[in-house]
Design a protein around this ligand. Structure first.
Ligand code: GLC
Length: 563
């Protein structure tokens, strides 16, 4: 879709006013740490802050600029921490607030920035506010922080409207009155353990701003904003047909959601070193998407169009063009992302007949060719890292990990699996604890002799994919990531926004220049193509690449010095 520059064009966005070191997010590589699955320091089979602190040198050596932590707060873990009971405490399974503060300081000392997750749409049903609201009964002020409503039907036995939860099943759960009789219902767009907050209530706004300050004051360099399009609701809570939703939608991307982020931006800018706001904005319309990145809103948002895009040159080119145009219209940096804790790992996706990310593909037994997926994942990394803007990496992709699709159903933990009756196998397969060392599970994820097994089982084949097994090995995925990230940091051609397609290559080739001395060529044509004459190959994604052959094999990306 063509993108019209909005009123707030790049010209009005004077980023130059902010010192460049303080605009680090514009081209940063941000690595997502999923704390449950990163490294277990205390041997209970669940990752924790001690495990992360021990491995900060590994992350610094990898060459990333910042770490984004999925929620580490006190939580009953009904949705792996995205059900926050208390933002000012660390979940005991992960550690303590003192450890989080130490982690931030240690990361900073290694030159790594820290991003924490905030979840404005909902809290845990164990959050003090919700407990109080349920106990207080209908009509109480405490209920005004959430969406409590009487049911429909003769005895209120039917949900207040027909909205469905993102995780499957109705978006409403009935409560009991303080005297035990059936009471009002409350809205939860995700699991019943995640009641939605009412952002029309000023206390909700004040509390979140206080939470942001709490973490910014402790040195957090930014926040990742969960489900950022969803906090504002149509207060009438109307029924609607999800196949033909009304505009505006009753709860997705409503205009009044932007006021939340404007306030947050002002707060973030109030710090001497401005803090970054990074949004989880799943929206197909690039114009609506870009609204979240206007100069007085977020700094960056995950590019899910790119993540969803099939491994196909024409599709990728279309998405890259739409991305760059949408971001340029508001002066924001583009971002590139292939994996996270919610989607099928891209090594697996790229080995399938359908290489897009689609929920329909998250089922049992969709065949994949992991060797092909791995080859393409390497090519995709060099493509991403060469595009202007920031990149988000998900823990384990630097080891070439694939989606673990054969977890026994009895061990699956994701509420999506349970709430869809297994129709969607859920997200556990990308959350399997990382393999660090050794030849058998837990592969160094937990300390030697730990009593507990990792919270999800690791495949035996990961013996060859541990960080230890790949360390210093030419051609390994880990070596490749370290090399590519190091070159990206050092390469002046990869700074700034300069970008131009280089035409004249065979169909199925994506070739572009960054500045006048650096180029990237990704071959998705199905056959080898000529290496551009006179270009020096800086790095190739194919570990067996031979520049003397004068050809770039299929599913290979090369970085080129062109002068
Ligand atoms: C976001 C998170 C996801 C979580 C959901 C509800 O999409 O990334 O993991 O389940 O929000 O908080």
């Amino acid at each position: 879709m063509a993108v019209q520059p909005s009123a707030e064009t790049a010209e009005t966005y004077r980023t130059e006013a902010v010192p460049s070191a303080d605009r680090w997010w514009r081209d940063a590589v941000i690595y997502q740490v999923y704390p449950r699955s990163f490294a277990d320091g205390d041997g209970d089979g669940i990752g924790d802050l001690t495990g992360v602190r021990d491995r900060l040198p590994y992350l610094a050596e990898l060459g990333v600029d910042a770490l984004w932590f999925s929620p580490w707060y006190a939580s009953p873990q009904a949705d792996a921490g995205y059900d926050v009971a208390d933002y000012r405490r660390i979940d005991p399974a992960f550690g303590t607030l003192e450890q989080a503060e130490a982690l931030i300081a240690e990361a900073h000392a290694l030159g790594l920035k820290i991003i924490v997750d905030v979840v404005p749409n909902h809290v845990s049903d164990r959050h003090a506010w919700f407990q109080e609201a349920v106990a207080a009964g209908p009509g109480a002020e405490a209920r005004g922080l959430f969406w409590f409503r009487p049911g429909r039907g003769e005895d209120g036995e039917l949900p207040p409207n027909d909205w469905q939860s993102v995780f499957g099943g109705p978006a409403w759960t009935r409560t009991a009155n303080p005297d035990g009789t059936p009471g009002e219902w409350y809205l939860h767009l995700f699991a019943p353990e995640q009641p939605d907050l009412n952002w029309n209530n000023s206390k909700v706004r004040e509390e979140h701003e206080s939470v942001l300050r709490f973490w910014f004051d402790r040195g957090a360099d930014g926040v990742r904003i969960d489900s950022a399009t969803m906090p504002a609701k149509d207060p009438e809570l109307p029924d609607f047909d999800p196949a033909a939703p009304p505009v505006p939608h009753p709860y997705i991307d409503r205009d009044d959601v932007h006021g939340i982020y404007r306030a947050w931006r002002a707060l973030a800018e109030g710090y001497e070193r401005p803090r970054a706001l990074i949004g989880e904005v799943w929206l197909a319309d690039p114009v609506r998407f870009a609204h979240y990145l206007r100069p007085d809103e977020m700094h960056s948002a995950f590019n899910f169009d790119y993540l969803n895009c099939p491994w196909d040159a024409a599709d990728l080119r279309r998405v890259i063009d739409a991305t760059l145009a949408a971001h340029a219209s508001v002066g924001a940096p583009a971002s590139w992302v292939l994996s996270n804790h919610d989607v099928t790992r891209h090594v697996t996706r790229y080995g399938r007949a359908d290489t897009s990310f689609g929920l329909a593909l998250r089922q049992h037994q969709v065949p994949t060719d992991l060797a092909l997926g791995t080859r393409r994942a390497r090519a995709a990394l060099l493509l991403d890292l060469a595009l202007p803007g920031g990149c988000y990496l998900y823990q384990g992709e630097e080891l070439g990990l694939w989606e673990v699709e054969d977890i026994p159903d009895a061990l699956r933990q994701d509420p999506i699996f349970h709430r869809t009756g297994g129709l969607d196998i859920g997200r556990d397969g990308c959350r399997v604890p990382l393999p660090w060392s050794g030849s058998r599970p837990p592969f160094g994820f937990s300390p030697e002799g730990a009593a507990a097994e990792p919270w999800l089982p690791q495949p035996a084949a990961w013996a060859a994919y541990t960080a230890q097994a790949q360390d210093g090995v030419p051609g390994s995925m880990l070596t490749f990531y370290r090399t590519a990230l190091g070159l990206r940091r050092a390469e002046p051609g990869l700074r700034g926004d300069a970008f131009g397609w280089l035409d004249g290559h065979p169909a199925g080739v994506l070739a572009f220049a960054r500045g006048d001395g650096f180029a990237c060529l990704a071959n998705l044509s199905g056959t080898a193509v000529p290496l551009p004459a006179g270009a020096e190959v800086v790095l190739a994604s194919d570990p067996g690449f031979d520049p003397a052959a004068g050809r770039v094999p299929d599913d290979t990306t090369v970085w080129l010095r062109t002068r």
